[in-house]
Design a protein around this ligand. Structure first.
Ligand code: HEM
Length: 240
């Protein structure tokens, strides 16, 4: 069994492979947003400025396709990771929604509106973290599917498809791109870096480590499960 100990009050939450996947994901998403939105707003100062930086229209397109390939390769790798590795299987199992998530959500609403004193008893992931994970998965599936259809048009393949299909695909790809931008910058960045308690930045994405204190506060159920084992060891394929 794979075991990790608390070391100097810290616990490894994400291993190196997971941290690298996260870094590749956000670099690819940021590059896709910059190169994509500069096309959406090509007639504004922002679009012209970005297209210049990106080396002109053609090079902007090539950059977009390169990072699209990175995103697709990452998706394939991630699917293998959560299907075949012990840690990946354990992580995906913790991403499943359960009845407890909805009970915690009600407790959280009651607490935030000053209607109750109880605080939610979150496990390894809270409802919002699960929502963000599945949002990235479904969002990427939509962007990749619509992106491939748009590529067929760019490459002048399949011109037999009706025009309405290109129009709808373009709309979905471009609005979903804007939505990803808003979700990333208004929600995710606030949630994990800027909110009180973590400001100016949570380092978990970089070091993979979470402090005992943070674990106890943010993921009390996981903390209690770990402490059931008096040896202070964390059973990766057991009780996380
Ligand atoms: C989260 C990932 C992605 C984001 C945020 C994104 C964003 C965008 C945006 C905003 C546009 C401009 C649409 C418009 O207003 O005309 C665009 C265009 C386009 N995207 Fe993406 N995209 C992503 C992934 C992909 C993928 C995976 C592919 C291919 C498999 C792709 C292929 C294209 C193509 C072919 C175009 C139109 C032509 C061009 O840019 O040269 N995109 N994208």
């Amino acid at each position: 069994m794979n075991k990790t100990k608390f070391q100097n009050g810290y616990l490894i939450r994400f291993n190196l492979i997971e941290r690298i996947q996260h870094i590749i994901l956000f670099v690819a998403l940021i590059m896709l947003l910059l190169t994509g939105l500069s096309l959406s707003y090509y007639d504004s100062w922002f679009g012209r400025f970005m297209i210049d930086i990106e080396g002109g229209l053609e090079s902007r397109g090539n950059l977009h396709y390169f990072f699209a390939f990175v995103l697709m390769a990452l998706g394939v790798f991630h699917a293998f990771y959560v299907t075949f590795s012990d840690k990946g299987q354990s992580e995906i199992a913790h991403m499943k929604y359960t009845k407890k998530d909805f009970r915690n959500m009600l407790i959280s609403f009651r607490y935030n509106f000053g209607m109750g004193k109880a605080t939610p008893y979150y496990g390894r992931y809270n409802l919002s973290q699960k929502f963000q994970y599945w949002g990235v998965i479904f969002g990427s599936v939509i962007m990749i599917t619509t992106g491939i259809i748009l590529l067929l048009k760019v490459w002048k393949i399949a011109m037999l498809f009706p025009k309405w299909l290109w129009d709808i695909t373009n709309l979905v790809h471009s609005f979903e791109g804007m939505m990803i931008f808003l979700v990333l910058f208004l929600w995710h960045i606030y949630d994990v870096h800027l909110s009180p308690g973590v400001f100016p930045m949570s380092r978990v994405w970089l070091t993979g480590k979470i402090s005992e204190e943070e674990l106890k506060k943010e993921h009390p159920e996981e903390y209690d499960e770990i402490n059931k084992d008096k040896s202070g060891e964390w059973k990766i394929d057991g009780n996380i």
